[in-house]
Write a protein that binds this ligand. Structure first.
Ligand code: MG
Ligand code: ZN
Length: 458
């Protein structure tokens, strides 16, 4: 599969830090202190995954980029360059490259971001869905001013809001990351005269093509564009602040550790009584209220390298008291409230079942003795299979015995909010208190391990 990397951005804001080098050549260091240009890390990662056929679209200071990477053979790949003399918009080059792209889907990546992705997993998803376009989407820490992707349960993209668009009151934290799998047929069907791209129109303006506005967003609601939700690391490094945060994450090993080919660590969170105020069976969205300190606790998880994943029993579905759509809207409220405070969830799993039959209004097919209702470990096992989570290095935190037992049954360590004894590893007064204890325990163990290794080698 071919990979097109858009590496022509001027990087005006970040050039304050690096005035003499183009953005793709800005160096960042890994945990061992090895320093390489951002784009080199990305090309090496692509090469290691079998994506060896790369086209770089370049413009600003392009000679520096091509003299660094050459034909790519030093890096185990083949690189061709498309030099954009006049700006063609971020998709103009694709039309000039149309014959080179052929008939097979290609990866289209934006070099403005730092990422480490299991691309084969994404391409498999694209193929399994039979998609014409797959967008890489993820939750981020500022959904309120990001472009949002709204999709159905199957991942079909229905709407795509820009940051300026009015958004629904409550929405899923699902942001477009600028990484795509694209079937070239969507270029042919976009109604753009490829020969005219780069020429001057009647008003004297250069004809450009904007990827999102002209090619991708028109596919919303057609059933041909899917989103691929992933907790992997993708962050823009366009401003000095963002650059510092991204390079700290890279040096801290967080960027690579989140690639889904590597086993992940998660902190599973119960919902009612842990994240939101306990009100018995929560049936009305108006009753959903975050507990104090929860957003801060989730922000801390987000920065820790652990995934933040909700695992919740919602028998209200089987009991016919809340529909799946209503539950999704309650979860949209949870994500919106957390997002407003810079916190995000990497995934939400819930059990809709309930074992006892014979109530009015119930949904008979959900009235089963399932394997996912906590204290059973099914939700955690499913998350583990989906996201390659090492349960023995993960935690389950909740406010009831069922949470602790589900965690133990899944092979996780456990934390209770409260003061009972259910065999948990730690107990806290609140989620924030519990997360503090989990992380300090892990840090303590890490230091002990280092010390043991050091004394072993003395
Ligand atoms: Mg609870
Ligand atoms: Zn269940």
């Amino acid at each position: 599969m071919k990979t097109v990397i858009m590496a022509g951005g001027r990087g005006t804001r970040i050039s304050e830090l690096f005035p003499d080098i183009p953005k793709p050549l800005i160096p960042i260091a890994d945990p061992d202190g090895v320093e390489k240009p951002v784009l080199q890390w990305e090309i090496e990662s692509l090469a290691a995954q079998g994506f060896n056929d790369i086209i770089l679209t370049v413009s600003h200071m392009h000679e520096k980029i091509s003299s660094y990477f050459g034909d790519g053979s030093v890096f185990g790949v083949h690189i061709e360059y498309f030099v954009e003399e006049a700006p063609l918009g971020n998709a103009g080059a694709l039309f000039k490259l149309r014959s080179v792209l052929g008939g097979e889907p290609f990866l289209l990546l934006n070099a403005d971001a730092v990422f480490e992705i299991d691309f084969n997993r994404m391409v498999e998803y694209h193929r399994a869905k039979g998609a014409a376009v797959t967008l890489f989407t993820h939750p981020n820490s500022h959904p309120y001013d990001s472009g949002l992707v709204i999709a159905d349960e199957q991942g079909v993209v229905l709407r795509w809001l820009t940051k300026e668009d009015v958004r629904p009151r409550y929405y899923k934290n699902r942001v477009n990351a600028g990484l795509h799998v694209i079937d070239p047929s969507v270029l042919d069907g976009a109604g753009i005269d490829a020969d005219r791209v780069g020429e001057t129109d009647a008003d004297g303006r250069i004809i450009r093509v904007d990827l999102d506005r002209q090619i991708l967003r028109p596919l919303c609601g057609t059933g041909r564009m899917y989103c691929y939700d992933s907790p992997e690391y993708v962050k823009d490094m366009g401003t000095p602040d963002r650059f510092h945060s991204v390079s700290a994450d890279f040096a801290g090993g967080i960027v690579k550790a989140r690639k889904l080919t590597d086993p992940q660590r998660a902190i599973f969170l119960d919902r009612d009584g842990t994240i939101n105020k306990y009100v018995g069976f929560l049936r009305s969205i108006d009753d959903f209220e975050l507990l104090p300190g929860v957003a801060e606790a989730v922000r801390i998880i987000n920065s820790s390298g652990y995934l933040a994943i909700v695992a919740s029993n919602q028998p209200v579905i089987a009991r016919g008291e809340v529909t799946v759509d209503e539950l999704n809207e309650i979860h949209n409220k949870m994500e919106t409230l957390l997002g407003a405070e810079g916190a995000y969830l990497d995934a939400i799993y819930y059990c809709p079942h309930h074992p006892h039959k014979g109530f009015e209004g119930e949904i008979p097919e959900l009235k089963i003795d399932c394997d996912c209702r906590k204290p059973k470990p099914g939700l955690l096992l499913r998350a583990s299979a989906d996201l390659n989570i090492d349960l023995s290095r993960s935690w389950m935190i909740g406010d009831s015995e069922n949470d602790i037992r589900a965690g133990i049954n899944a092979g996780c360590r456990t934390g209770l909010i409260g003061s009972w004894q259910f065999g948990q590893d730690i107990a806290g007064e609140s989620l924030l208190d519990a997360i503090g204890k989990v992380l300090s325990k892990c840090e303590y163990e890490r230091v002990c391990e280092l010390q043991k290794n050091a004394s072993g080698s003395r």
